[in-house]
Design a protein around this ligand. Sequence first.
Ligand code: GDP
Ligand code: MG
Length: 162
Amino acid sequence: ALPVLAVIGRPNVGKSTLVNRILGRREAVVQNIPGVTRDRVMHKAEWAGRDFQLVDTGGWEVDVAGLSKQVADQAEIAVDMADVVILVVDATVGATATDERVVELLRRKGKPVVIAANKVDSSKQEADSYSLWSLGLGEPFPISALHGRGTGDLLDAAVGQL
Ligand code: GDP
Ligand code: MG
């Protein structure tokens, strides 16, 4: 079986955009509304000559009050399947309580994780990613899933641990 790379994170941080970037095609559904990705979607992917399964996560469409728990539940299922995890954080927002909760889960599971500080569309915004060192999971990779900025370095780091 192929190794599994899971992309997790809060709604609207750009997970599906990143998945499309990795796939080089528009397969994952991207929308401006949180929750458009169905529960877990698997795609066969390749990077630097390595084949793997890429898992896009989502599926949160209900009440805001239960959101944090649902994100965490979805994340747990994806993390259990994964060999390596990319945790996507919106660098323009910074780490939220939900992100902290997911980080706790990742620590407990002991899976290798790479932090993607997304929506860093220009070098001027790069400083936004520094605050994500506070998550305690190592170097945040500033990326723009939308424009492809920095995604190569992120993938090298993630796929290198598969
Ligand atoms: P998901 O819910 O985490 O899967 O997020 P999506 O991939 O559906 O993206 C949510 C919104 O963020 C969409 O409007 C995307 O176009 C936007 N977005 C995603 N990546 C970036 C990025 O790198 N920069 C900017 N400016 N917007 C982005
Ligand atoms: Mg999505």
